[in-house]
Design a binder for this molecule. Structure first.
Ligand SMILES: C[S@@+](CC[C@H](N)C(=O)[O-])C[C@H]1O[C@@H](n2cnc3c(N)ncnc32)[C@H](O)[C@@H]1O
Length: 366
């Protein structure tokens, strides 16, 4: 899609490797500013988005640290939608006392200040646009973080800025990717411009690609998928192992350790030490940024596969990409080491979830 056909502008904060970027771009958004601090995530981001959004890499709008004192938020290009999968941090309780900003020192504070700079800028100069929609993402537990105070405070801050707020926990497994990943999505819209009372969240996608709006129906209607849909076939896997001179099968030592810990955990009654899946499993557990360490959260069984060791293997980074819905079989590429790639996909959003939300934002709020 050419930039001049874009329907709205967005900024991509805590951009990681660009899950939001793909989703917004696919829905007609044009990225005007991105920010990511991690050297390796920046590498993946630039590698993949240089063609899609060349300008931000040429005009200094691929920021490194959003807390950088030299970055004047007034100079961030105008935008319509703000995207941010921001790290979750507690706010200071001292903030409850009058006149003290309890979000200060957290990364949410920076989101708020960016939005505020635009709203205040607009008061002085009407040509500066007010951000219409904010799309924030966080872990499921965010809602109960610090006894619910963090979430409550964020809602208050957004409300004070002039936004209506709606939030729901969505699961990737209802959006066509075989992963049990629950994340909270917060959608906020500027009430004086977007005259909408409620945002109808998409709860999943059915076999025909239609959006499921009824939460109760999502298990029954969501697209039927299994772990087999993201796995490389045996020939592909072996060809990659051969090419890269490595194996994804875990070592005997690691396997022994996983099994030993499973027994210990079972004796203590606190669940499993590792989780394994095969192609018929409906979904895997959540891939996390720690996946590179020992892969214990998602191991792929190889028991009855001819010519393969009798131990499980880790996901190939390409499979991790598919598990997060990245277009790795068409244009998206991984320019970093396996360990960095696991970390990046584990930290990321599931692209089909965000693409679906982005489409609803476009239809309902823009
Ligand atoms: C949970 S991840 C978000 C991943 C992203 N949504 C994606 O699709 O890949 C949070 C990201 O925030 C980045 N980050 C943390 N502090 C930052 C800062 N001060 N400035 C810019 N990025 C930061 C981290 O490096 C990490 O990649």
């Amino acid at each position: 899609m050419k930039n001049n056909q874009a329907r709205f502008r967005f900024i991509d904060l805590f951009a990681g490797i660009g899950g939001f970027h793909i989703a917004m771009h696919e829905n007609g958004g044009r990225c005007v500013f991105a920010s990511e601090i991690d050297k390796f995530a920046r590498q993946t981001y630039e590698h993949n988005f240089k063609r899609l959004s060349p300008k931000i890499f040429e005009n200094g709008n691929f920021n490194e640290d959003i807390t950088d004192e030299n970055l004047d938020y007034k100079n961030i290009p105008d935008f319509d939608v703000l995207c941010a999968g921001f790290p979750c941090q507690p706010f200071s309780h001292a903030g409850l006392k009058k006149g003290f900003d309890d979000t200060r020192g957290t990364l949410f504070f920076n989101i708020k200040e960016i939005v505020k700079a635009k709203i205040e800028g607009n008061k002085k100069n009407h040509k500066i646009s007010i951000p219409r929609v904010l799309l924030l993402e966080n872990v499921k537990g965010f809602k109960n973080h610090d006894k619910g105070n963090t979430f409550k405070r964020i809602k208050e801050v957004l409300d004070d800025l002039g936004y209506e707020v709606s939030a729901e926990v969505l699961n990737s497994k209802h959006f066509g990717v075989p992963q049990n990943r629950e994340r909270i999505f917060i959608v906020a819209w500027y009430r004086d411009i977007v005259k909408v009372k409620e945002f109808k969240f998409p709860w999943g996608i059915d076999d025909d690609g239609k959006v499921i709006y009824d939460k109760e129906k999502r298990d029954e209607r969501a697209k039927n998928i299994n772990v087999g849909s993201i796995l490389l076939n045996q020939d592909e896997l072996e060809a990659l192992e051969e090419r890269d001179k490595k194996t994804y099968t875990i070592s005997e030592k690691l396997w022994a350790g996983h099994q030993r810990r499973r027994v210990e955990h079972a004796q203590k009654g606190n669940g499993f030490g590792y989780s394994s899946f095969n192609e018929e499993s409906p979904y895997t557990s959540t891939i996390s940024a720690r996946y590179y360490k020992d892969g214990s959260e998602i191991l792929i069984e190889q028991d009855n596969i001819p010519d393969r060791p009798n131990r499980p293997r880790k996901l190939h980074p390409k499979e991790a990409a598919r598990l997060q819905g990245y277009p790795i079989d068409s244009w998206y590429e991984i320019p970093v080491s396996d360990n960095q790639a696991y970390k990046q996909f584990g930290n990321s959003v599931s692209v089909p979830v965000v693409t679906t939300i982005a489409n609803e934002i476009k239809k309902q709020l823009l």
